[in-house]
Design a protein around this ligand. Structure first.
Ligand SMILES: [Zn+2]
Length: 353
């Protein structure tokens, strides 16, 4: 028996994808009794732009009938039996899309995102996602949204928590010179939180002009087109040094090598991009500079809370990342368009639209 399930009141069927992957959301119309230990959230807005990982794992590998969507915010519609904590119907929340074993080394260490048994919401039939009017969330993973944080921001807490975690893993010092490789949703969020962490120079290397513009709006101090410019040379010209921190936010083979090559002495390389293929680099290049390579995956509850706090204080303003809002009727076409290069960053789904 899955630990919780999702019920929706609206059906969405997408047209068949041209390639092998099957279309995303199929939301069963049904009542919505909350299972033990869960609440049901009426997902007023769910972020529709699949992040790289979700795109690969969710869209490419999810079984037929899987309802995608792991970035959502809404109001609690129902509280299941045995839910601990003072959760009430009508409360505004978001949640970590994590169903972990709660017993392993990762879980007991407060790192449920690293649990080998973790089921990520919206990637399997066991825990259906938020491309629906209602989504179930494990009560232990809920986070309240203060009144000052609108749902449009709340639905972006999850991807921003990925970026927040990556910046945290960088142990970034105020005044640091930072290179961000890739300005998709995660790289864009890294720019935002690197700025809040006090980085002096935040240089973004990104092929697409719309993403470079977005990075500047979020706090980048310079942008580079790596398809036309020398990244190391342009960085040095801007910052007067080599990168002290490099964020790899793309996940393509060859970029780890690139990061090691352009990094400065004792630089820290944070790998947040999801690369599914083997990759190589010359260890001597890293050894001669004593670089640190730090992988960064998901987030913790602390990252969610910190992102929400930064939003409530008005410090984290992710609006440049919100590039559109659609209803379910428009979702299939927008989803397909996102499979190619797109000017979009985060498209929000409004079920009432
Ligand atoms: Zn576990």
């Amino acid at each position: 028996m899955p630990p919780f399930t999702v019920f929706a009141v609206r059906l969405v069927f997408l047209p068949a994808a041209p390639a092998a992957p099957q279309p995303p959301p199929v939301a069963p119309a049904a009542p919505r009794p909350a299972r033990v230990g869960t609440v049901v959230v009426r997902a007023l807005r769910a972020s529709g732009r699949p992040i790289v990982g979700a795109f690969v794992f969710g869209y490419g590998a999810a079984p037929d009938g899987t309802i995608l969507g792991h970035e959502f915010a809404g109001t609690i519609a129902e509280v299941g039996a045995a839910v601990r904590g003072d959760w009430k119907v009508g409360e505004r929340v978001t949640a970590l899309p994590i169903t972990s074993c709660q017993q392993c080394e990762a879980c007991t260490g407060g790192l449920p995102g690293l649990c080998p048994q973790n089921i990520f919401t919206g990637t399997t039939l066991l825990v259906q996602g938020a491309y629906a009017q209602y989504v179930a969330a494990r009560a232990g993973m809920l986070q309240r949204l203060p009144a000052g944080v609108p749902f449009a921001q709340g639905a972006m807490v999850e991807p921003l928590a990925v970026s927040h975690h990556a910046v945290e893993m960088a142990a970034l010092r105020p005044g640091a010179s930072v290179l961000v490789i890739g300005a998709g949703p995660i790289g864009a969020g890294v720019v935002l939180f690197a700025r809040l962490a006090g980085a002096r120079h935040i240089v973004v290397s990104e092929r697409f002009s719309a993403r470079r513009e977005r990075a500047l709006a979020l706090g980048a101090t310079a942008v580079i087109d790596p398809s036309a410019e020398d990244v190391a040379g342009r960085f040095a010209a801007h910052a007067g040094c080599r990168p002290q921190v490099v964020f790899e936010c793309v996940g393509n083979p060859g970029l780890l090598r690139h990061a090691v090559e352009v990094a400065g002495i004792r630089a820290r390389i944070v790998v947040a991009g999801v690369c599914l293929l083997d990759d190589t680099f010359n260890p001597l290049t890293g050894l001669l500079k004593e670089v640190t390579i730090q992988f960064s995956q998901c987030y913790t509850e602390h990252n969610f809370a910190a992102v929400i706090d930064a939003m409530a204080r008005g410090e984290a303003k992710p609006e440049p990342m919100h590039t559109g809002t659609v209803g379910f009727a428009e979702l299939p076409a927008v989803f397909e368009s996102l499979r190619a290069a797109s000017p979009h960053c985060k498209v929000l789904i409004d079920p009432d639209r």
